[in-house]
Design a protein around this ligand. Structure first.
Ligand SMILES: [Zn+2]
Length: 237
């Protein structure tokens, strides 16, 4: 009984929003893993590896200042605009599967965005420090606001700080979808992928993009929870 009372004390119904967010993120991440695994079994007809595909796309896009390197980890592939390094995980770099080629091509899509000064990517890079500070400071600011006999101005400032994290994730969406779109166009036009392989790669990249949608949804639900709990003035008691 003590345990249940304790649980009810710390439990409020808005926790459901956080749980729904967690479930959405888990489903999205398991979907991307399953989709990758599935299409990792299909060897590409052209026989190129992820690294080959990356070098091909960079060359086709007139990018000569980006290096391709292999890194450890599972789906740790990324493009670093500052160092101009495109890192491919072991599963991607040496594999000739359509999934690996798709992932490598997606990262190249970011390198192309960087070269072409794709503006959502610029905004995204500019927001990163703000979003990091915002998501770290939000909860302490709200807590201090509550402790200072419910200082609504401070609490609102905390909620605004948290919303920067959501803003970052919303700006991430067009950047990610656009990188995949560029990747698919170059791969299919250049003949690296056959007409049967293009839809397979599209499925892998769509699954990957859905994890970003899930992350944004989950952050939105957390923000909604903060607004429901702390958003209004507490004059109703
Ligand atoms: Zn990406």
């Amino acid at each position: 009984m003590e345990l249940i009372r304790c649980f009810l004390f710390f439990w409020d119904p808005t926790h459901f929003l956080v749980i729904i967010g967690l479930i959405i993120s888990m489903v999205a991440s398991s979907y991307v893993n399953r989709t990758f695994k599935h299409y990792d079994q299909y060897r590409s007809q052209s026989g190129v590896t992820g690294t080959d595909a990356a070098n091909y796309i960079l060359q086709q896009s007139g990018i000569s200042d980006v290096g391709v390197q292999k890194i450890s980890g599972n789906l740790t592939d990324n493009y670093n605009g500052k160092t101009k390094v495109l890192s491919l995980s072991e599963a991607t770099a040496d594999s000739t599967s359509v999934a690996a080629i798709g992932v490598a091509a997606h990262e190249c899509g970011h390198a192309v965005q960087d070269k072409k000064n794709y503006w959502p990517m610029r905004i995204r890079t500019a927001i990163v420090p703000l979003a990091n500070i915002g998501s770290t400071a939000a909860f302490p600011i709200i807590l201090i606001g509550v402790l200072l006999s419910w200082n609504q101005t401070l609490i609102n400032l905390g909620i605004a700080a948290f919303s920067l994290a959501l803003l970052f994730q919303l700006v991430t969406l067009p950047v990610e979808f656009n990188a995949s779109h560029r990747a698919l166009t170059i791969l299919s036009e250049g003949g690296v992928l056959s007409s049967e392989e293009v839809p397979m790669v599209r499925k892998v990249l769509t699954a990957a993009a859905l994890t970003y949608v899930a992350a944004a949804l989950s952050t939105f639900l957390q923000l909604l929870r903060l607004v429901l709990l702390f958003g209004g003035n507490r004059n109703d008691n």
